[in-house]
Design a protein around this ligand. Structure first.
Ligand SMILES: C[S@@+](CC[C@H](N)C(=O)[O-])C[C@H]1O[C@@H](n2cnc3c(N)ncnc32)[C@H](O)[C@@H]1O
Length: 258
């Protein structure tokens, strides 16, 4: 009988930021197809000690599907390992569609997306009372088109906290588009490269200087751009504290403090 293919999020890089479920599936895997351009081969080696391992970086979609399908049909445990969380720019939908077409079953195991590893690296809450209660994960248009109503200059009109994937190589264009919206040259910005890896790099600044800092540092990939007033709270102090721990605010788990 065919086995179930598991799409697993490897987390942002550090090999102990994969979920316990993901690590367990890797330990029992017979075949692992991992996204070698972003997932550390050592993470694969640490957990998948007895699997046949394929690096999908040099493979096409049909080749990836063929490896997974043949192994699943032979009853083998198959893990398709993606960086971060597979649902964010993971290109898993087309793989799942192909498995659907073959009548094969699969499951998806979430992972820590790099946005949250970057926020942790910055020691930064992305949602702050009276500053921003919205986080947008987005990207600038590159070779992959972005729908017209999601162009960065239109998203920028909202003024929320932005986490921008896949765009650091076009940082000057990113800044230009953000300045057409609610942000100003003074708006705080940060870039986190290889969050959670040993060689993680953090740049902090504003929209006025972040592009030059990125060019100086030679960062052109595997980085996130984070933009928004929440980042200024570290240097300027909080505007307001959360109601959650406010003694005058009762909720289902606590009455008003006396
Ligand atoms: C194809 S997307 C995959 C995103 C992934 N699924 C996730 O949840 O993080 C690759 C982009 O994610 C971001 N990225 C992935 N890992 C990262 C890390 N450790 N640090 C910073 N950015 C990272 C970069 O913007 C990179 O260009």
């Amino acid at each position: 009988m065919a086995s179930i293919v598991s799409f697993v999020g490897a987390g942002p890089g550090a090999d102990d930021l994969i979920t316990i479920r993901g690590a367990r599936l890797l330990r029992h895997a017979d075949v692992v197809v991992f996204a070698g351009s972003l997932v550390d081969r050592q993470l694969v080696a640490r957990y998948a000690t007895s699997a046949d391992v394929y690096d999908s970086a040099g493979m096409t979609l049909p080749e990836v599907v063929e490896v997974m399908a043949n192994a699943a049909l032979a009853g083998k445990n198959v893990v398709r390992l993606h960086t971060g969380d597979p649902s964010i720019y993971g290109a898993i939908q087309e793989q799942m569609e192909a498995l659907d077409g073959l009548g094969l079953e699969y499951t998806v195991v979430p992972g820590v997306t790099s946005a949250f590893a970057a926020a942790a690296a910055l020691k930064q809450e992305l949602t702050l009372p009276e500053v921003s209660q919205t986080v947008i994960f987005t990207r600038i248009e590159g070779r992959t088109p972005v729908p017209e109503n999601e162009q960065l200059h239109r998203i920028a009109a909202i003024g929320a906290t932005l986490v921008i994937y896949l765009s650091v190589g076009m940082i000057a264009k990113v800044v230009e588009q953000l300045l057409q919206g609610a942000y100003t040259p003074e708006t705080a910005a940060a870039v986190v490269c290889r969050a959670s890896w040993d060689d993680e790099q953090i740049l902090r600044g504003s929209l006025a200087d972040i592009a030059a800092a990125v060019l100086d540092a030679g960062i052109d990939r595997q980085a996130l751009i984070i933009v928004g007033d929440v980042l200024a709270a570290r240097r300027e102090g909080l505007k307001a504290k959360s109601l959650l721990y406010d003694g005058g605010f009762a909720h289902g788990f606590r009455g008003v403090a006396t």
